[in-house]
Write a protein that binds this ligand. Structure first.
Ligand code: ADP
Length: 822
């Protein structure tokens, strides 16, 4: 079965491997199990029900609330050579009847249906007589009133399923993680002993950049200027703000679209289509834009204003980089955003109870912005997920930009506010600090203050920006003062301000830097991109449905000119190859001929490129497993495990085998650059490994470019988590210690070690863990005494002092228990 689903993945989708969680979900569905899969936006949910649909006899019905997406989904499937259709209110009755007839004649494998349609007697009549293999419910949170997109018609789904001849497998998918929503999905959709998958909410390819500065416009303009050839969304909180940004960009000759609820349906549709079809790269929008947007190649999302909650924020940035390519999400924060959001909540029509929830969520969003630790970690924790260490892909982790000490200037501002005694607005404070002769300043006698005119070296705007930045970082506070002409904000001191004044804390800002477009696009990319556009226009589909950016980028760097070479590129399956492959090969060949490029020189150049990118990406070393060689190496390992009567992983763990398979070491010397192989193991197994690798390379005509890994962090098949992180992720997903140990080929003792470290880092366990299964009661007393004597860090001494039969894992378990029960 594994082979079959991998074949489908390759043949239709052209992908070489599954993303996290997909394979397990597909396998469960194929074993006949109901499923609830919670995956982040862009995690790859569709493939999880589509692949089983292709493996099973009978029809798969996908229930989806997003009419605007159905056509895209079906177009995408059709370009891949999969028979599919959709039924919703946008169809003419003629088309509708044709589709029903096709269903009767078993023409489709997958049909997308709007939930309202399930109540139609005509539709039910036809479906009742068919073999339905799977009902896949997309956006399953729509069943729950707790979710943000409640749909009454979702409640009709169970009765629809009951009316079918035989009950199909019911699979449900959502990106909403809250427990209330999860409970509703499980209960209200009548799932039968469903297997629940929570694949983890992390979207590793998204760079989370939160910028606290009041110079938003400057940042935005510079950013857009640097990224205008890439697809991007600029989100703003209100229609007015959208219009303002839109006009501003147009004035600067930037091609841009707008989208908000104040526009007519038709205008919105036109703009959305232009964006999807790559006619215009940039769109400025309120959060009304996005629910039906499945565009995989959005490279950046800028929030011009802070969203109302972390859920909103994560959903909106989730629209970037669905294709898994690196993408950037910038949140431009000023304290005024908090006021805008409070105002929007206040003006909303929600009940008081809902408003209280909204205020709490807003506060959590503000806390995130002010947090000094890893943003990704904080977001994932908000969703109830545990992340160890830091992500190194957010602006808190990557301390880009120089740190500038602004303590002295901050003290000047604070002491001025302190001396002005009452609370004043920003303009007045700036006037005093800059020594203005303004009447109000003189009348209040502020020209007598020692702080009068001490910041003349700042421009008016510059000083306002600086004070706002102090507010953004929490060194000052804004107070709203209700008045007859609306609320009037003043600036006041807080505990932090006083600490700054006394010199107890420093005020340090990171210099804000705007990233440059970083992707490795070249001229050939542009040529291929034009070809893609031409095909898309001709076939009336979006360009990304022909090939995604990542696929084009690979072509532009690898120059494939044969069937084999082009099929090796991710995103090109058999069907797409047959449709478009030759056109792209022709374009590449023409380009090479025009530019006088020959292949052998290219290979040399590519090698140089690898060296160059190594220079850039100097911390990581990526390896992709060669599955066939890996299987052969597993056999060698099994043989030695038998001979030595030890578990497999003690010979070599699977990551070592994977690394060997992906790097092809051809002599024993190179083995010392493989993780997990010390001199002893190389002595014992080295020769045989090298023989297997050499034979394999020869038989398969593989050209080996050996590169030294040195001290770089190894990433195998895109998995960048450390074993400890993987283990804890699995435990958190409900797997028991023994199974994790088997899966990772790591001893139970090591897994307990991970749990111990985790607790020591002051974390609470969110999974079931029972230490007492690792020792007997009489052992426990002995172990405890020894721990008291030597201290819990002295594992070896403890072990030595105890009878031989007491195992390391028992000692660890007793230590952990102490923490759990403490
Ligand atoms: P979701 O519905 O979870 O938001 P999608 O199903 O739309 O996500 O998938 C997002 C993007 O990721 C799509 O462009 C899809 O083709 C791509 N994708 C899904 N699975 C894989 C995979 N295994 N390898 C590469 N790309 C994938």
């Amino acid at each position: 079965m594994k082979e079959k689903i991998l074949n489908i993945l390759q043949k239709y989708y052209g992908y070489k491997s599954f993303r996290r969680g997909q394979e397990d979900i597909i396998n469960s569905i194929l074993q006949g199990q109901d499923v609830l899969a919670i995956m982040p936006t862009g995690g790859g949910k569709s493939l999880c029900y589509q692949v089983p649909a292709l493996c099973m006899d009978g029809l798969t019905i996908v229930i989806s609330p997003l009419i605007s997406l159905m056509k895209d989904q079906v177009d995408s499937l059709t370009t891949m050579g999969i028979e599919a259709s959709y039924i919703n209110s946008s169809l003419s009755s003629e088309d509708y009847n044709q589709i029903l007839e096709n269903i009767v004649n078993d023409k489709y494998k997958i049909v997308y249906v709007a939930p309202e349609r399930l109540e139609s007697a005509e539709f039910l009549n036809i479906i009742q007589n068919k073999d339905i293999a799977q009902i896949a419910i997309d956006e399953a949170h729509c069943i729950s009133q707790w979710g943000h997109d409640f749909r009454v018609s979702y409640k009709k789904i169970p009765s629809f399923i009951k009316k079918l001849k035989t009950r199909p497998i019911v699979t449900t998918f959502t990106a909403t993680a809250s427990t209330e929503v999860r409970k509703d999905i499980l209960n209200m959709l009548d799932l039968i002993e469903p297997k629940i998958f929570i694949t983890g909410f992390d979207r590793e390819n998204l760079y989370i950049n939160i910028v606290k500065s009041s110079a938003k416009n400057k940042y935005l303009l510079e950013y857009v200027e640097n990224h205008k050839t890439e697809n991007g969304i600029i989100y703003a909180a209100t229609r007015k703000e959208v219009e303002k940004i839109y006009e501003g960009l147009l004035k600067r000759d930037i091609d841009v679209l707008k989208y908000h609820a104040g526009m007519s349906n038709e205008d919105r549709k036109i703009n959305q289509d232009k964006f999807i079809n790559d006619e215009v790269n940039i769109i400025v929008a309120t959060n009304a834009f996005g629910m039906g947007i499945d565009k995989p190649d959005i490279r950046w999302v800028i929030h011009y204003n802070m969203p109302q909650s972390i859920e909103n924020y994560y959903q909106e940035i989730g629209r970037a980089g669905r294709d898994g390519e690196k993408s950037e999400c910038v949140l431009l924060f000023t304290p005024g955003d908090v006021h805008t959001q409070k105002y929007l909540i206040e003006m909303g029509t929600e009940s008081v109870a809902r408003k209280t929830i909204q205020y709490n969520k807003l506060q959590q969003m503000v806390d995130l912005v002010y947090s000094n630790s890893c943003y990704r970690k904080s977001i994932l924790e908000y969703f109830g997920e545990v992340m160890l260490g830091k992500c190194d892909n957010c602006s808190n982790c990557l301390a880009e930009g120089q740190i500038i000490d602004k303590t002295l200037d901050a003290q000047k501002v604070i002491s001025c506010i302190y001396r002005m005694k009452r609370n004043y607005g920003l303009t007045m404070i700036v006037d005093v600090l800059r020594g203005s002769k303004n009447k109000k300043v003189l009348e209040a006698g502020f020209d007598k203050l020692s702080t009068y005119g001490i910041m003349k070296d700042y421009s008016n705007e510059g000083l306002k920006t600086f004070i706002n930045t102090l507010v953004s970082h929490g060194f000052l506070e804004i107070k709203e003062n209700p008045g007859s002409r609306g609320s009037f904000p003043t600036i006041c001191l807080n505990k932090q301000s006083l600490k700054v004044l006394k010199g107890e804390i420093k005020v340090e800002f990171k210099e804000v830097k705007v990233a440059k477009e970083s992707r490795n696009k070249n001229e050939l990319f542009e040529v291929l991109s034009d070809l893609r556009k031409a095909i898309a226009v001709k076939e009336k589909i979006a360009p990304y449905m022909v090939f995604g950016d990542a696929t084009l980028l690979s072509m532009a760097n690898i120059y494939p000119t044969t069937e084999e070479e082009i099929l090796n590129i991710s995103g090109i399956g058999q069907v797409k190859y047959e449709k478009y492959g030759q056109s792209f090969i022709n374009a590449i060949e023409t380009y090479m001929a025009d530019k006088n490029i020959n292949k052998s020189e290219l290979i040399k150049k590519e090698q140089n490129n690898i060296d160059e990118t190594e220079g850039l990406n100097k911390d990581f070393f990526e390896v992709k497993t060669d599955k066939n060689l890996y299987e052969l190496l597993k056999k060698v390992r099994a043989k030695y495990a038998r001979i030595e009567s030890i578990p497999y992983h003690m010979v070599m763990n699977k990551n070592t085998l994977k690394e060997i398979s992906g790097r092809y070491p051809l002599d024993t010397e190179k083995l010392s650059d493989i993780s997990g192989l010390g001199p002893k193991k190389i002595d014992k197994y080295g020769e045989e490994i090298i023989e297997v690798v050499n034979n394999y390379v020869e038989e398969n005509n593989i050209k080996v470019n050996w590169r030294e890994k040195k001290r770089k962090k190894l990433i195998i098949d895109g998995e960048s988590r450390k074993p400890k992180e993987i283990a804890l992720d699995l435990l958190n997903q409900g797997m028991d210690v023994k199974s994790v140990s088997n899966k990772l080929e790591t001893s139970v003792y090591s897994i307990l070690g991970f749990i111990y470290d985790y607790i020591k880092e002051d974390n609470e366990l969110h999974f079931n863990f029972n230490p007492s299964i690792y020792y007997c009661e009489d052992e426990k007393e002995l172990i405890k005494k020894s721990i008291d004597k030597f201290g819990e860090d002295k594992m070896r001494d403890i072990k030595k002092s105890l009878p031989d039969y007491i195992r390391y894992e028992s000692i660890r378990a007793v230590i952990i228990e102490k923490y759990i029960t403490a």
